[in-house]
Design a protein around this ligand. Structure first.
Ligand SMILES: [Zn+2]
Length: 422
């Protein structure tokens, strides 16, 4: 492969590479060269993380483009959006796109057309907010998506189905209080509205078998629909609440082993489009495993650095996912959903040279140390993984050499969706 000015200039057979003279030559003998990951759903500007720390996690985890979410009311006006672009540009080591939202009222929808022009990848509505989003706001948002063409991503849980009381002394209390029916009702409502309005929608962090069935049926009927699943729903189930308590508190909650199986099947079949980390760090304090902390603990798992290595080790290396499908769900489909054109998500002449050198054989143990996240703990600490990210390139530049971050903060740049002008 020849890289010139940050892009793939030529794809060569190995024997042809001897005739090329280059300033820098990288050898990848025995390694897999994969397109850099595109993570559709991260929260690095929110909570206790930052663009600097978050994009370092991304680089070390084989992700070369992140799509950062906004907090409530966070990115609903063009000036907020542009300010965030500038802030992220100054401190990122990987490339990034931005999500508009989170919309919490009708006024938050007013600037969507302008946000679309500035290159927002999509916009977001968080149904179980306080107070919860009602059907009127959801319908307005779906209609706005149809009008502007900007995809509406939804955190789909119907708060009316939550238990008013949570038994915090029961390890399963939190999961029981946010049952599958809450997700299923929310997904059904979003999909029915999307069908009626002809709107593009995206279901965030799908957790249950029932939500998968609803998504499959809407897709079969032609609804313009995409969806994502985080690694923690594929690899962990509610049994972890008894072992790890607040460390695995996330919303929707971890589900049953049957749901996990359904998510793997849906990822393979194409019902689920992408793996996305939903990386969130609510507090800089290490997450406790003590059940008595469960009520106060912020919800969220910091998975940006581990998401793709986990999927490669537990999915591809253990035979639950083909390598071709891994490339689709980690890079091609998310880049297409984020409308980043032909620049991202693929190894092709003319595309950005965003590459991951993956060593498929080396075994290693996940530790809570050595992570770039400000999170000091991970639910995956102690897991043995087969395969490791040895090098990550963003636009032809090595940003992670397998041991350290080698790019300056600020190397990362903004990638506007649909070639926007931000
Ligand atoms: Zn999220």
């Amino acid at each position: 492969m020849v890289i010139k000015d940050g892009r793939v200039a030529e794809l060569l057979q190995p024997e042809a590479s001897a005739r090329v003279s280059a300033d820098v030559a990288l050898r990848a003998g025995g390694l897999w060269i994969l397109p850099g990951g595109v993570d559709l759903h991260v929260h690095v500007s929110d909570g206790a993380e930052s663009f600097e720390a978050g994009t370092r996690c991304a680089a070390a985890g084989g992700v070369t483009t992140i799509l950062d979410m906004a907090p409530f009311h966070g990115c609903v006006r063009p000036e907020q959006f542009l300010e965030k672009v500038a802030q992220a540009r100054a401190s990122s080591v990987t490339d990034f796109g931005l999500v508009a939202g989170i919309v919490v009222n009708e006024e938050d929808l007013e600037a969507l057309q302008e946000l679309a022009r500035l290159g927002a990848a999509y916009f977001k509505l968080f149904m179980p907010a306080e107070p919860p989003a009602n059907a009127r706001l959801l319908w307005s948002a779906v209609q706005a998506a149809a009008r502007t063409g900007l995809r509406l991503a939804v955190h789909a849980e119907e708060a009316g189905c939550f238990s008013p009381e949570v038994d915090w002394t029961d390890p399963f209390g939190f999961a029981r209080a946010r049952p599958v029916v809450a997700e299923a009702c929310a997904v059904a409502q979003v999909l029915e509205m999307a069908r009626a309005a002809g709107a593009p929608v995206h279901i965030c962090h799908v957790s249950s078998a029932r939500a998968v069935e609803l998504i499959a049926s809407a897709k079969a009927q032609g609804v313009d629909l995409s969806s994502e699943v985080p690694a923690h729903f594929l690899l962990l189930d509610e049994g972890e609440f008894a072992r790890l308590g607040p460390r695995v508190k996330t919303t929707p909650p971890l589900r049953k082993p049957e749901d996990r199986q359904a998510l793997w099947a849906a990822l393979n079949e194409g019902t689920l489009d992408a793996v996305a980390s939903d990386h969130f760090l609510g507090s800089a304090k290490p997450a406790s495993v003590d059940l008595s902390q469960m009520r106060e603990a912020p919800a969220g798992i910091a998975g940006l650095e581990l998401s793709l290595p986990l999927l490669l080790a537990k999915g591809v290396r253990e035979g639950h996912l083909s390598l071709g499908r891994f490339v689709e769900i980690s890079a091609q489909r998310p880049a297409a959903i984020a409308q980043m054109g032909s620049r991202k998500g693929q190894i092709a002449v003319g595309a950005d040279a965003d590459l991951v050198f993956f060593d498929p054989e080396t075994e290693w143990t996940v530790s809570s140390q050595g992570s770039f996240s400000r999170a000091e703990t991970t639910p995956f600490a102690g897991w043995r993984l087969r395969g490791r990210v040895r090098r990550t390139l963003v636009r032809g530049e090595t940003v992670w050499d397998g041991e350290t971050i080698t790019a300056e903060s600020g190397w990362g740049t903004y990638v506007p969706s649909r070639g926007g002008s931000g």
